[in-house]
Design a protein. Structure first.
Length: 731
């Protein structure tokens, strides 16, 4: 395709929108020309290609660009800029109202409106909406619906034109309009930094760019306050920290926006007075994290101090009864753990894979469940992820659910149904995989627990900490205020089982153990990154399914430390998808193609949809025309409109962090010196412990050795352990 000649202009009416990329705004339009001579003849339809902030059928178009000859599609107009304005002619207005922009106006009603008002329709809708009563069979309710739809449609168009200037995608613009309504542009101009607080996926840099463009002073207090919050949010989201020291906060905020420390210090004081930030000594907290830490410590003390809701259980008799019933003899450490949990209001059971945590949960569930009649004990089981909850159900025979579903989100109130005012019903609550629980979720869980409840937290502190802020399980153990059972002896092993043993070797800083012949653990040294990728693809698609009779889409998971680079999750997903699911109806978003059959992952908590960060599902429906997907999450079908697609990513490969709480039949772990910054012991340990039947590590021996040797776990800045000690008066 070659450009022909100097810049020219094209004016006309948009007859149809052939294609539109909702992320970039690039559009292919069929345009009816407004007039002219030569090739640009009035009776000829022209194809216009180019970026357009907002476009609907029937709008009047003005494009600047050049003519090009395409070998397949013929002559087209390649536009550098495309501007569209609402139409003025009756026929253009008819097509515009029929385009779907105006909610509540379909084709039949659009025809009746234009037949009544003709070219004056836009003026009537804008300034004389009372005249809509002149349309036959349109009553007061329908008039209100038309007026509302018209206001919203105009507002959506205005916001799209405004936000496109700053590179904000159409899907995010839809979320902006949903959040702020018809006055979106005015609200954004007044405080652009609301965008990075309110709209997931819009960062500080974008908001700051808008602020500077609309004339905000570089040393504006509003900008400085936004910088303070940004530094604290980054510390929480990227580092898992609950607080930042005041000198560090001032320095980082100053570096972010380049203003004096005095301006930042004044902004910090304002944020404290506005109750968005809290100061404790020289520690600065986001307001919610400060009070959530305090609440968690206080509620745990209250739980420990209250009497249980059921008569005491004699641990020795109960354990003897359970061992006789099951024919299973508990090891000494397991005995102590069951005994401790039966005798304490709050307790912790911790240890690595294969040390018997599941057996302890099962014993406790069956012992508590043996009480009947008036002394019946209601046991509630939950875990952070759907897969972890499913494993609890399979291993205990008792129903388990995710922690979020236990609390039941209410979209009307935007809060959990169960809270301090309306506590959960139950006597004993057992939560598994609690190393994944951050301070915010722990606050919500404890708020919903009845004061007389018994709480048992189970987890592995050697895994990666929670994605969100805090280090709750580790802090609770470090406080020494909660009775804790630490399990170390390995029970789950058979003649060929190396997964569990190698996880413990890694945790102890020891090299992998290997054996000849069939095994459940393999290491393939490969220092060439392209060959490592080829090996991973071959094993996932061909060799593992052939040898172990596994489905590559459902049973084999590739894990990698990072998202970017050749061996990062993004590239791996594209390569794997091309091999496993390379054709079929496609819905695209930001360079990612989704098709029926794809394995996908949810990237954030979406309480309205009842799906959560890290949930894995499979695409069961794809509608390219409407840019909609249907995803099945373990039997839970969820609809994704075009504006929601940025919450999904392909999940044939995923980062090790995102795999927490999940377990897969087969895991392929890629480790390479490309991942240098991420190579550490708890990362490799977490990856290995995701595999149930098979673990294959592919990468260079140096990277594996580096990961095993590097046990410098980045400390999270939290205060929970200190607050626990203060609650008990142990300073």
């Amino acid at each position: 395709m070659q450009d022909k000649g100097p810049l020219e202009t094209v004016d006309g009416t948009v007859k149809s929108v052939v294609f539109r990329n909702e992320e970039t705004g690039f559009s292919i339009l069929h345009v009816t020309p407004a007039g002219g001579g030569g090739f640009w003849a009035k009776d000829r339809e022209v194809t216009v290609l180019g970026p357009c902030a907002a476009v609907w059928e029937g709008e009047e178009l003005h494009a600047v660009g050049t003519w090009v000859d395409d070998p397949v599609h013929g002559r087209q107009f390649k536009a550098k800029t495309v501007e569209c304005i609402p139409p003025k002619s009756a026929e253009g207005i008819r097509r515009y109202l029929q385009s779907g922009l105006i909610h509540g106006i379909g084709k039949v009603l659009a025809n009746r409106i234009v037949d009544t008002f003709g070219a004056d329709t836009i003026d009537v809708l804008d300034h004389h909406s009372g005249r809509l009563a002149e349309i036959d069979k349109v009553g007061p309710k329908k008039i209100e619906a038309i007026k509302k739809g018209w206001r919203e449609g105009k507002g959506t168009r205005e916001v799209m034109i405004f936000t496109s200037t700053y590179g904000i995608s159409v899907s995010k613009t839809a979320k902006i309009y949903k959040m702020y309504g018809p006055d979106s542009v005015a609200i954004i101009k007044r405080d652009p930094y609301r965008l990075c607080r309110d709209i997931w996926g819009i960062g500080f840099a974008t908001a700051d760019k808008i602020a500077m463009a609309v004339g905000m002073a570089p040393d504006s207090p509003l900008r400085a306050r936004a910088a303070v919050l940004q530094v604290l949010r980054c510390a929480a989201e990227d580092g898992g920290h609950c607080w930042t020291s005041e000198p560090e906060l001032l320095l980082q905020a100053q570096e972010l926006i380049g203003v004096s420390v005095e301006v930042i210090a004044a902004a910090l004081q304002e944020e404290i007075e506005f109750h968005r930030v809290c100061r404790e000594d020289d520690r600065i907290f986001l307001h919610d994290l400060y009070f959530k830490e305090k609440f968690v410590a206080a509620k745990l003390k209250a739980l420990l101090g209250a009497a249980p809701s059921f008569p005491p259980i004699d641990p020795e008799k109960a354990i003897a009864w359970w061992e006789k019933k099951t024919g299973f003899t508990l090891a000494p450490a397991q005995l102590r753990a069951v005994r401790t949990s039966l005798g304490a209001k709050v307790s912790i059971v911790t240890g690595g894979p294969g040390v018997g945590k599941t057996t302890i949960i099962r014993a406790l569930v069956e012992i508590y469940g043996a009480r009947t009649g008036a002394h019946r004990i209601k046991v509630m089981l939950a875990a952070p992820t759907g897969r972890a909850a499913k494993r609890m159900t399979e291993s205990t025979g008792a129903p388990a659910q995710t922690l979020h579903r236990l609390l039941k989100y209410n979209p009307q109130t935007n809060e959990f149904t169960y809270n301090e005012e309306k506590p959960l019903e139950g006597d004993v609550f057992i939560f598994d995989e609690t190393s994944m629980v951050d301070i915010r979720l722990m606050n919500d869980l404890l708020a919903a627990l009845p004061r007389r409840a018994t709480l048992i937290l189970v987890g592995d502190t050697d895994q990666l900490p929670s994605v969100g802020p805090g280090n709750v399980l580790r802090d609770l153990i470090a406080s020494r205020e909660i009775p804790t059972s630490q399990l170390t002896e390995i029970f789950r092993q058979d003649s060929s089982g190396l997964i569990v043993r190698n996880a413990h070797h890694v945790n102890a800083g020891e090299p992998f153990e290997a054996k000849a012949g069939d095994s459940d653990f393999y290491f393939i040294p490969q220092s060439d990154p392209q060959k490592a990728l080829d090996y991973a693809l071959n094993f996932m698609v061909t060799r593992i399914p052939a040898k172990f009779r596994m489905d590559p889409r459902k049973d084999v998971q590739i894990l990698t430390p990072m998202r970017k680079n050749l061996l990062g999750a993004e590239n791996l997903n594209n390569v794997i998808q091309a091999r496993l699911n390379g054709s079929g109806p496609t819905v695209s978003r930001g360079g990612t193609n989704f098709r029926v059959g794809d394995r996908v992952m949810q990237l954030r908590n979406n309480y309205d949809k009842d799906v959560y960060n890290g949930d894995i599902g499979f695409v069961t429906g794809a509608d390219p025309a409407e840019r909609k997907l249907t995803v099945d999450f373990d039997g839970w079908p969820v609809e994704y409109a075009s504006g929601d697609l940025d919450e999904l990513t392909l999940a044939y490969a995923t980062t090790i962090h995102k795999s927490q709480g999940s377990e897969y039949p087969a895991v392929i772990v890629l480790l390479h010196r490309q991942h240098f910054m991420m190579l550490q012991r708890n990362l490799l340990y977490t990856a290995i412990t995701r595999g149930k039947k098979l673990v294959l590590v592919i990468g260079d021996a140096w990277a594996v050795g580096r990961a095993i040797e590097t046990n410098v776990v980045a400390e999270r800045r939290t205060s929970l352990a200190e607050r626990m000690k203060m609650q008990w008066g142990h300073h």
